[in-house]
Write a protein of this length. Structure first.
Length: 175
């Protein structure tokens, strides 16, 4: 391919938990450019975030539904090639399904969905469309995680008996 891949983003606006990490990773090899986004459910945050990322107003959307429909209506040489979904974990399914239904490849942060049934529905849609749905495991690339893995492998800590991990996010309180 002799051009950059065009990425759209759902979620990941200013002060979001993981959006900046995905943008940095996408930029690492210079082969991906952010061309559009529905960056927050708060319209002011969505607009401010898009402005800070130098997205044109015409490609700044207030909802993922608006973004996916508008991008699908653009000529193929202008629309996004894929969408990355960096919403809170419980909100992955709907934008992923809609993107697949409109012909877009999807990159989604783990966990893929909030339920096994939703994951199976996405799997079925991928089988029907032949599109890609890529699941990322962001933390596996962190230098400290790589170092910890190497140290465990080298037995630097002795026999590991217990590992305690915390992943505090507000959506978990709903369980």
């Amino acid at each position: 391919m002799n051009r950059k891949l065009r990425m759209g983003m759902v979620g990941g606006g200013k002060d979001a938990f993981i959006g900046a990490i995905h943008r940095i990773a996408a930029n690492m090899d210079g082969m991906i450019e952010l061309v559009c986004g529905a960056l927050s459910i708060n319209p002011d945050v969505a607009k401010d975030s898009a402005k800070s990322l130098f997205l044109p107003e015409s490609r700044t959307y207030l909802t993922y539904e608006e973004m996916i429909k508008a991008e699908a209506a653009l000529p193929a040489d202008q629309r996004m090639d894929f969408v990355t979904i960096v919403t809170p974990n419980f909100a992955h399914f709907a934008p992923a399904m809609m993107a697949l239904e409109h012909g877009f490849h999807v990159v989604i942060e783990k966990p893929i969905t909030f339920s096994l049934d939703e994951a199976k529905q996405l799997q079925q849609k991928v089988a029907e469309t032949g599109l890609l749905l890529c699941l990322t495991h962001t933390y596996s690339g962190y230098p400290m995680v790589k170092q910890a893995k190497q140290m465990v492998k080298e037995n630097a800590f002795g026999k590991i008996r217990k590992v305690v991990v915390e992943y505090p996010q507000g959506w978990l309180s709903k369980l």
